[in-house]
Design a protein around this ligand. Sequence first.
Ligand code: ADP
Ligand code: MG
Length: 732
Amino acid sequence: MEESTRPLAALAEVSVERLRTIGAKRTAALAELGISNVFDLLTWYPRRYIDRTKQVDLSDLTVGDEAAVFGEVTKCRSARMKNGKPMVTLEVKDGSHTLGVVFFNQAWRERQLPVGTQAMFFGKVGEFRDQRQMSNPVVDVIVGLLNEDRDPGRVGRIVPIYPASGKAGLTSWELGGFIEESLRRAGEISDPLANARRASIGVVERSRAMHDIHLPADLSDVAPARRRLAFDEFWRLQLLLALRRKRLEESATGISHLVLDADLEVAPGSPLVAGDSLVRQFIAQHRFALTGAQRRVLLEIAQDLRSGLPMHRLLQGDVGSGKTLVALTAMLAVRGGGHQSALMAPTEVLAEQHATSLRRDLLGLRIPDEAVLSGSREIVVALLTGSTRARERQTVLDGVATGAIDIVVGTHALLNDELQFGSLGLIVIDEQHRFGVEQRARLRENAKAHSKSSSDPDLLVMTATPIPRTAAMVVFGDLDISTIDEMPVGRLPIETLWADNEKKIASCWQRVRDEVQSGHRVYVVCPLVDGSSKVEATSATDERSRLAMGELRGLSVGLLHGQMKPEEKEIVMQQFRTGEIQVLVATTVIEVGVDVSQATVIVIEDAWRFGLAQLHQLRGRVGRGPDQSYCYLLGPAPSDESAIRLDALVATNDGFSLAETDLALRGEGTLLGARQRGRSDLILASLQDDLDLLEAAREVAYEMVAAGDISGMEEELRLFVDEAEATYLFRS
Ligand code: ADP
Ligand code: MG
């Protein structure tokens, strides 16, 4: 390293007060923005740039254009509109030309933009009484920008505009000054990314990137700078994830299960011989063949199962892609070696359904057991939920402890401290998204504590909430990912229709009658009601009566909601399966996983109230058998955003593509949710646009951690974690 270069992390040790232009008052103002040192300042990136080399004159503005205009406020008036709402009008001058600016319902603009303020206005140019005007533009107050003697250095160059804060009393202009001084005094910043790496990933040097993001000589310098700094954000994040994972592995002792790839590849109907593994028997005897994708993910899982390190894998697959069968096969592999499995589902309805379908699929499969006369017995599946009765519960607890129960299926009740496994080999968590990201680590720890054996169980989490791959790599960066990207053969794509008028709605109910007539089943999902599930239950009850007496008179209409007792729910689901109930009016309790293959229509009332992922999940309740299925989205779309959602749903059945749309609509913040801490992680990097960078960062990070050498990055990473975590991650 050259003498004159310094690591980026070293800048975090230089307090902002050390800058020439910053005194106590500005230090306090910066602190309000969360900026306390030079590193913070340099990672306070511009929001946009104004190319003053090609500045547009006010006189050049064309109506209809999006424009960025500088000017000085020469008039500022506040008035009330007819409806009593406040309106602030400005006159903005640039030399001899004038622009009108009007703000509706933003009374505070009067205080923000008094006469004499110089600011930038971004917005669409309109016209009002023969004058150019912008309504509700975005504003950046930039004191002194027009007054060129204040800083002649900035004339005719590219000016970065920083996220400033009126509240802290800092302008973009001042921030720019501090940052410029910081850059000058920081000098050359060293680059922990090797030359060859930079070349192969296609990113510029760190020092250059840092300079160009703030002070580009040309606008075309910005993109490469942003790219490098975005890479660094992903790199840090992936390094932390890789380190966390490594620590987990070091402290873990997994079970090496015996699974043969050949057994996973056996065709249904193949002859069996004595001594064939459980997995081989199961697949050979199953009523349908695994899809190619199911087989592929099972081979990935088998590799983890064989390994002495505990599996830590996410299984993604669109609704209906057959994740349950994959999980069951993995559980059998584990059982083959004498270990138990636990399957945790987010709702009681789903847990019950899993128990039922596992029992059905396992029928006829026998395992050796010396304790019984015949020397073998069936595989025992038990159910444990919050409403399992005391006596039954005790039986399950005992069976799990002695090993008489092979597979236990349940809800959160499985996390109960009383549950002690004889030898827990595998935990499967279904519909992981319902549990939240933080819970994952806890579940794992809990599970270990709950097994008598000292080994760590393998972990398979499944989700159908399609998470775009980029997001999965960030949110689930410490998990391996397997994806089922193929549907079982013979499935017809679900036809989705948006019924937003009376006529279409009438034809929807007609379709319901026709389908019931031909022996199929129908779900009607009631509108989402804010607040309690009690209110929701009432509204579902009312809707059921209304439909039973109205549109669906003469059909057998059942009801399912969250306030019903588990036994009641079970009875209703059973009746729906057999056809005793033809139409099931339900709340979103049916959202995840419910599997009745004769159901061919789902009607979703007030569809706009649901999120995109939720609608896709609901739609996945149909189209699970060989018959053509339909999804009706009822009601209007009161906003553009809801219209986009409903249109997207009509346009595609592909959950992953919908997830991308959802991400674009809701933004990344929502997606990452509580995982974000501070202003640490992704500022420049975009999960939507920077997939290649994310992948490259992941690769570099995992290589470094595997090689045990993260020198050059450790100090930097310390800036992003708290003391306790740093001690855990960086101990040698
Ligand atoms: P999800 O991935 O949404 O949990 P499920 O596991 O519930 O999907 O499977 C959906 C349906 O597809 C079930 O009825 C299941 O029996 C069936 N299925 C699963 N795998 C196959 C396959 N390989 N061929 C045909 N049907 C399958
Ligand atoms: Mg499922």
